[in-house]
Design a protein around this ligand. Structure first.
Ligand SMILES: O=C[C@H](O)[C@H](O)[C@H](O)COP(=O)(O)O
Length: 234
């Protein structure tokens, strides 16, 4: 089965957690895109929910699917967010931001009573860090911020180079919030919480892609089927 089919299976299973009247955070990326499409089918069949998209791309997909949308200012407390991930570990800590949407994704997740991550088996890892960690930074002072981000990783025991993310055309990638992304190649993050604290303390860092204590349930689709992994308080 292709990775894309597995992503769709995970997305389909996550629909079981959606109830009428829910206020939903809608994630970003190729897996979340399946969820939005499948949710749209339910909405067109009569399900009443309201969604808050985590990116302009998801906003466009959700609008096309016929899902009623709101902003977080209109609906500040959400029932459930369903989103993808770049890596997820057994304690349900995760790396997100491969698509550059980590800032809005984290704001929406933090405003949600529960967050479900949907992923194919390849995203399930023993230890986070093989996927380069996205760090969203303001363009002003990029070089000292990049150096400080590398120093923060070194101090957290996982040194690695930070690279400015670029588009295929070679321009700096710009997020929906007008920021840049540094991708931090660490290999193995032994202490995600310690690294998160150090990155958050760097002036110029807007947000990082470590999601710690936010994910309550993961739907993981593999060749042998779909399984549910839960955090203690789901
Ligand atoms: O910024 C993007 C998001 O964090 C995505 O949810 C993440 O990169 C996973 O994307 P995909 O489902 O395409 O692998």
């Amino acid at each position: 089965m292709s990775a894309d089919s597995l992503k769709r299976e995970a997305a389909a299973r996550a629909l079981d957690f959606v109830e009428p009247g829910m206020r939903l955070g809608l994630g970003t990326g190729s897996t979340a895109k399946h969820f939005v499409a499948l949710l749209g089918e339910r909405v067109r069949a009569g399900l009443d929910v309201v969604g808050v998209p985590t990116s302009e791309a998801t906003r466009a997909d959700a609008e096309a699917a016929g899902i009623r949308l709101a902003t977080l200012d209109e609906v500040p407390a959400l029932d459930l967010t369903v989103d993808g991930a770049d890596e997820i570990a057994p304690d349900l800590s995760a790396i997100k931001g491969g698509g550059g949407a980590l800032l809005r994704e984290k704001i929406v997740a933090a405003a949600s009573a529960r967050m479900i991550v949907i992923a194919d088996e390849a995203k399930w890892v023993d230890t986070l860090g093989r996927f380069p960690l996205p760090v969203e930074v303001v363009p002003f002072g990029l070089t000292p911020t990049l150096r400080a981000v590398e120093a923060a990783a070194q101090a957290a025991g996982c040194p690695g180079p930070a690279r400015l993310r670029r588009t295929a055309e070679g321009h700096a990638f710009v997020t929906d919030g007008g920021h840049f992304i540094l991708d931090l190649a660490l290999g193995r993050i032994a202490d995600p919480a310690g690294l998160a604290d150090r990155l958050a303390a760097v002036p110029g860092v807007v947000e990082h892609g470590l999601f710690i204590g936010l994910v309550r349930l993961a739907v993981i689709a593999g060749a042998s089927g779909v399984r549910i992994e839960t955090a203690p308080s789901f």
